[in-house]
Design a protein around this ligand. Structure first.
Ligand SMILES: [Zn+2]
Length: 113
């Protein structure tokens, strides 16, 4: 009656198969992604996996890219820009003065000056 159970003697986890199963697994690489706010996120990828171009920064939610010098811009208008700032961007100072003159002229006309 002895014997017959010899297979039990095999240690689980021994040998090359066992090691693989314990999860010291596929080699991975860590790719840093940089967002416009200067956060760096290291994302771990399996060596054979394709890396995305962009990764959402977990800290501020902006898209982060692999080029530290040129992180992707925020998807839409930056957090805060006043209406005046937009106007200033679009118009030269001369334009601004002309518009002001025009507005003043209208005001004067309305007052009957
Ligand atoms: Zn960020």
């Amino acid at each position: 009656m002895a014997g017959g159970n010899a297979i039990r003697g095999t240690r689980v986890g021994a040998g090359p198969m066992g090691e693989a199963e314990r999860g010291e697994s596929a080699p991975r690489r860590h790719t840093p992604f940089y967002c416009a706010n200067g956060h760096v996120t290291r994302v771990s990828f399996a060596i054979e996996a394709a890396e995305p171009e962009h990764w959402d920064c977990p800290r501020c939610g902006l898209p982060a890219g692999k080029n530290q010098e040129a992180p992707p811009a925020a998807p839409r208008n930056e957090p805060y820009k006043t209406h005046l700032a937009y106007v200033r961007e679009r118009r030269s100072d001369a334009d601004g003065e002309a518009i002001l003159e025009e507005a003043l002229a209208k005001v004067r006309a309305r007052r009957g000056e």
